[in-house]
Design a protein around this ligand. Sequence first.
Ligand code: NAD
Length: 502
Amino acid sequence: MKSVKHWINGALADGDAARTAELFNPATGEVSGAVALASAADVDAAVAAAAAAYPGWRDASLTKRASVLFRFRELMYAHRDELAALISAEHGKVHSDALGEVARGLEVVEFACGIPHLLKGGYSEGVSTRVDSYSIRQPLGVVAGITPFNFPAMVPMWMFPVAIACGNTFVLKPSERDPSASLLMARLWQEAGLPDGVFNVVQGDKVSVDRLLEHPDVRAVSFVGSTPIAKYVYESGTAHGKRVQALGGAKNHMLVLPDADLDLVADSAVSAGFGSAGERCMAISVVLAVEPIGDELVEKIVERVGRLTVGPGDDSRSEMGPLVTGPHRDKVASYLDLGVEEGAKLVVDGRETPVLGGGKAARTPGFWLGPTVLDHVPAGSRTHTEEIFGPVLSIVRVRSYEEGLEVINGGAYGNGTAIFTNDGGAARRFQNEVEVGMVGINVPIPVPMAFYSFGGWKSSLFGDTHVHGTEGVHFYTRGKVVTSRWLDPSHGGVNLGFPTNG
Ligand code: NAD
């Protein structure tokens, strides 16, 4: 049985160890270990370590910071298989998918390696007579990241490479469901030469989140998770005077126009709907089929779903693994009956999916639910509007582009969306009219590259700043403008007027 601890000031820490949470192997349902749940005092110890490390790290040269990031990138790449195995064992996703999340996270590290360029300020010579002005961006101090279960490596890597590159020190509070990846990353930071205390991990639940939100030495909080908690974190963090970016849940629609290539659409819908068992905030969960293509498209989707292989994450034949916990599997599965009650047609029932090495999903130990397809889901029903966060793909039939757009814009979330069409004019209109932060055109999961910023609209984001890219650099720094004049014989003496330029 493993025992997962905190990482404070460059070393594993037991903390007060009064509370723990069980860890599971989602493929078998067995308990695999326990994770410590930090007390407020444990959080205080991590923040104190980060605060003590801050002056030294803030003053480390840009080239020194960049060189540590380069080494961290190489070590992470060398250990990617180990990291993916840790993720897969606790989250359940298949190994290749876990490797994919590590690769996307590393792109942010690579972006942050360019920090000397990213932190360049502006300089204006002669803004007034013999007066120069220049702008600089400086780090905030101790910053915190609070992350969800579904990407235990990538989502923290949306945050800490940029924060640390900017000169901040960091306290990560990962999901208590899959905490092990954070400790490997902490060890690799140390091996890369990051001074102790610059990167710390506190394992925990609401107790540690609340302490981070109220701690006077934490200057900023990045959060990714479900919408109710994102809203809470935003409200509580800002009430305590912190800068907060809080990314919430999602319900992503794929709008399919009748002229689209339906084989491409079916491949894309199945990949984006069932990859990582639908536990992705950018998963496609609703296909909006503009008639008359509905029947033909559903047939193609069902045919492809029938060929998917469901099994444990460490079996190389598996394309889709189990869900993260038993309660989450039960919640997701409850939408199958609810959908039918609301008038949908259950065309593929994931409870009956065979699991490698087991029987049907519903009768195999472990947290299994196979890919499920619900057709004719009524727009506005709970099955259509609520975030299910599992392998359930809903097909909503619409009569026109306009009706599809209205369905998307009428929803509470605005994380990701996609349009499939061969009509450039329609696609261009969609990118302009849709109220969603990340848009794909014939691309089902439009996750921006690290040098752009990731984030949604509406209930998918609380705060103004998206993560990584230039918005990430802005989030983790404050601007300062210096106006300087070096004395020369012509300085003008006392003048009580407001400074004007001449
Ligand atoms: P969650 O909201 O339950 O947990 C996220 C974090 O908040 C965890 O670290 C957890 O320990 C903490 N937390 C949970 N309950 C809390 C409480 N009452 N008070 C304070 N902190 C609390 O989310 P999850 O189930 O881990 O992750 C899935 C959710 O994350 C989905 O809604 C998904 O859409 C969302 N998500 C969004 C994005 C995005 O970019 N918008 C990315 C990934 C995941």
